[in-house]
Each structure stands twice: as C-alpha cells, then as structure tokens.
Design a protein around this ligand. Structure first.
Ligand SMILES: Nc1ncnc2c1ncn2[C@@H]1O[C@H](COP(=O)(O)OP(=O)(O)OP(=O)(O)O)[C@@H](O)[C@H]1O
Ligand SMILES: [Mg+2]
Length: 239
C-alpha cells in the first residue's frame, strides 16, 4: 500500500534518513521505533510531502514523490503530530468539521462529522472549546480531525507521549478500533515498546536514519542489534 524505496533526506551535512526502504501492507498496524533523533518524524514529513528527498515513495501503486502536501492528503494519507496541534478557540465539532471539509470532495459531510465525534468519544465535549480539553481529549480530537478526512492510512507520531497507563489503554483501544472498524491502515511511531509489541504486526527500527531491522515485533525485540543499540539489556532481561 505504502512503499518507500531508497529514501534519503539530508539537512545540510546531517543525513536524517539514510537509504531507507520499507513497505506497509494494506490493513496493517505498522510500527516505527528508534532512539531520539533517529529520523522517525522526518519519515512522516517525507511521506506527507513536507520536504523534497532522494528516492521514491508510492501509495496504492502511485508515485507520490514530488506531490504537494495537499494532494498527498487527498490521496488518503492523514497524520497527527508529536505535539498536539489544535485550534484552541474552535469547538470540538468545528475542529472536526475542518478536517471533514479538507478531505471531502463535495464539501462538508455533517453526518460523517457526527460519526467521528461519537467514534472518538467526544460527544459530551462537542460544544467545548478545544483549548479546554485535557491531554487525552486533545489527542482524541487530533485523531478525530485526521479521521474526518476519510483517510486510507493514518500516521500517528508518538500518540502515547505524556499519557498515563489508563490513557494509554484508551488510546490503544481507539487505534485498534480505527484499524478494525474503519478499515484504516495505521503507521505508529512510539517509544513505548509494550504498545508496539501489542498493537503492531510489523516493526521497523531505525537509528541515525538507517534501518536496523524490520520484522514481526516478537522477532525485533529479540534481535541482538536492536537490544544493543536501542532497547538495552534491561528490556531483554525483564520477565
Ligand atoms: N527541518 C529540519 N532541519 C534540520 N534538521 C532537522 C529538521 N528536522 C529534523 N532534523 C534533524 O534530523 C534528525 C532526525 O529528526 P527527527 O525529528 O526525524 O527524529 P525522531 O526520530 O522523530 O526523534 P524524536 O524521537 O526525538 O522525536 C535530528 O537530528 C533532527 O535534529
Ligand atoms: Mg519525532
């Protein structure tokens, strides 16, 4: 469904993404992990067309390299950001409507907006200003606004950051529901390895922009190179 071939991104001297190739299958929940500064968010920024790069990215068999972010979004690729990006003075309903207007070819789809508000369980906050939502609420809102564009693939950049155990559980359930009930393919960047091993079918580990390994999560967490460079011995020796 989403295929990157030999993608390289340099910021001046720094090689943020280094000759990276990977393939996300339709219907998968696909994970990306790696140390701080590994190039994970940059991978998302390249997929969404924020920067030029070497190599090629295809989506649904079509080359999207070189398309504008707006066109790429219209192909059915949506994302959330590492730090929640919201319009604090808009209501929840209005914010999700903005997503719907952005994605819909025939204008705003009111029924879809209502469906999404219920889907992310923000119906009680519908008329609240988004600036007043708590962190979990803001995250659900950001996911809801992305879903309102009716994406085929949703890319989540560290959705669990700053969340407590209860919130993580709730977000994990929401991500599963997006994948199963809406049939949306998901790519998730995450630092919590437990979240990745429970949610994902395939896991890509990168370091300094390069792939260290890409496999089923059970295999990845046993990979000596991953343990050495990323997980650390403590993870490998636990339970
Ligand atoms: N716009 C930019 N201009 C210059 N350097 C950048 C830019 N964006 C990212 N970088 C650099 O590229 C490298 C990869 O950054 P990136 O944000 O992709 O890492 P990350 O894996 O998402 O890290 P984190 O886990 O901290 O979010 C870092 O060294 C970062 O400083
Ligand atoms: Mg990042």
């Amino acid at each position: 469904m989403l295929k990157a071939t030999r993608v390289t991104k340099k910021f001046g001297e720094l090689v943020a993404v280094n000759d990276l190739s990977f393939h996300v299958q339709d219907g998968q929940i696909y994970g990306i992990a790696g140390p701080n500064g590994a190039g994970k968010s940059t991978v998302f920024n390249l997929i969404t067309g924020n920067y030029g790069y070497e190599g090629k990215i295809e989506f649904g068999g079509k080359k999207i390299t070189g398309l504008s972010p707006y066109r790429i979004a219209q192909e059915g690729i949506a994302r959330t950001f590492q730090i929640p990006q919201i319009f604090p003075s808009l209501t929840v309903k209005k914010s999700i409507s903005v997503g719907s207007r952005f994605g819909a070819r025939n204008g705003l789809d009111e029924d879809h907006v209502e469906k999404i508000i219920r889907f992310v369980e923000l119906e009680d906050e519908r008329t609240q200003k988004t600036g007043r939502l708590n962190l979990l609420g803001k995250k659900k809102l950001m996911i809801g606004a992305s879903l309102a564009t009716k994406p085929k693939i949703l890319m989540l950049d560290e959705p669990m950051a700053g969340s407590n155990a209860t919130e993580i559980k709730e977000l994990m359930n929401l991500i599963r529901k997006i994948n199963v009930e809406l049939g949306v393919t998901v790519i998730i960047i995450e630092h919590f390895m437990k979240v990745l091993t429970e949610l994902t079918e395939k896991l890509l580990i990168i370091e300094s922009g390069s792939m260290i390994c890409c496999d089923a999560p059970e295999a990845v967490t046993k990979n000596p190179e991953v343990i050495e460079s990323y997980l650390g011995k403590a993870y490998a020796e636990r339970d």
